[in-house]
Design a binder for this molecule. Structure first.
Ligand SMILES: Cc1cc2nc3c(=O)[nH]c(=O)nc-3n(C[C@H](O)[C@H](O)[C@H](O)COP(=O)(O)OP(=O)(O)OC[C@H]3O[C@@H](n4cnc5c(N)ncnc54)[C@H](O)[C@@H]3O)c2cc1C
Length: 321
């Protein structure tokens, strides 16, 4: 039996969790696939999860589980995995998924394979996983009674199959104060006007070349014109020009838009690890030798403060005519 931790927003499962379900389902097509959702509103995901092959959606309801509490989530996951005898326990390779699974592995004293893109076998398992920010694929043998996995976002396609709903099994988990030492105390929404960076079809990012918070004005305008989201490099978040929620990369959000427009970004491997899933990359850079040009499908060599407004003007003109 496989158990997948499904992250959700008010009962809407996120894509990366649906991708984790797809990999768990492929790993053992004949076995039962269950999901764990934290928070009472998780029950609303039953229809979607049923279409993705889930038999039972276990919904943990507890007053302390309204926000992110990694150790509490790990305890609930571990308790359910042990109770249900799950031989595969998986989650999305998101920040939360990786943190919860690392804590679950420590509690179980079992090995965890993170950022997996392929898995086969039934103990031992063979897994292929992404290492070093995407510059290396490692094939590893996972010798354990239970496979603990996180699935690299955008590496597996989430495919809906049937149309039946998953059955919902709500329960109140047992938690101690020690499980709740780490808890999110506040949640700040991403300032992207509703288009999520992870799911946007177009992402317009800028790096150190933007020069300042105000230097993002053109980038914001272009993203708005294209119905996309604004992203940035870590140089920008380190400088405090944009929040961490906007950061693309190994330690930021992993994106897979149809078009990624990277302005004033050099193309460090840690940045490219977050955008290598993009179908097309347009680089705007004043340096014709910038490393990002070797990954870009299109490039404009020039000052982003001139090039980006020119693109915006051309779009507005084309739409007006
Ligand atoms: C463990 C670790 C994790 C990391 N995780 C991430 C991550 O998740 N995401 C990430 O982005 N980085 C990450 N980094 C940092 C990464 O190594 C780079 O330092 C960072 O990506 C550089 O950001 P940048 O391209 O904006 O800046 P720079 O490397 O300084 O590049 C600026 C670019 O802008 C161009 N430019 C300058 N002015 C203009 C202009 N007016 N018009 C056009 N182009 C211009 C320059 O030619 C240059 O190519 C990580 C590093 C480490 C060690």
């Amino acid at each position: 039996m496989a158990l997948v931790l499904v992250e959700h927003e008010a009962g809407v499962p996120d894509d990366a969790s649906l991708q984790a379900l797809a990999l768990a389902r492929e790993l053992d097509p004949g076995s039962v696939l269950d999901a764990l959702l934290l928070g009472a509103d998780g029950a609303a995901a039953a229809d979607t999860l049923g279409r993705h092959g889930v038999a039972t959606a276990h919904v943990a309801e507890h007053e302390a589980l309204t926000g992110f509490a990694p150790d509490a989530w790990a305890r609930v996951l571990v308790d359910l995995a042990e109770r249900s005898g799950a031989t595969v326990v998986a989650a999305a390779g998101s920040e939360r998924g990786n943190e919860v699974m690392a804590r679950a592995a420590a509690r179980l004293d079992e090995p965890l394979a993170t950022n997996v893109i392929e898995a086969s076998g039934s103990g031992p398992w063979t897994v292929t996983r992404v290492r070093w920010g995407g510059s290396l694929l490692e094939e590893a043998r996972l010798d354990a009674d239970r496979a603990l996995l996180t699935i690299q976002p955008h590496a597996v396609t989430a495919v809906a199959m049937g149309d039946g709903a998953a059955s919902v099994a709500a329960f109140t988990p047992q938690l101690d104060s020690g499980d709740l030492v780490v808890r999110a105390s506040e949640r700040v929404g991403a300032p992207t006007g509703g288009v999520s960076l992870a799911d946007a079809k177009v992402v317009v990012s800028a790096g150190r070349g933007a020069g300042s918070t105000e230097g993002f004005a053109g980038v914001e305008e272009l993203a708005a014109l294209l119905g996309g989201a604004v992203g940035c490099s870590r140089a920008v978040t380190m400088a405090g020009w944009r929040p961490h929620t906007d950061q693309v990369g190994q330690t930021g959000t992993k994106i897979a838009p149809d078009l990624y427009i990277a302005c004033g970004i050099s193309g460090a491997t840690q940045h490219m690890a977050g955008c290598k899933g993009a179908k097309a990359i347009l680089a705007v850079n004043s340096d014709p030798e910038a490393p990002i040009l070797s990954s870009a499908d299109y490039a404009v060599i020039g000052d982003l403060h001139e090039v980006v407004p020119a693109i915006c003007a051309a779009i507005r003109e084309a739409r007006a005519s």
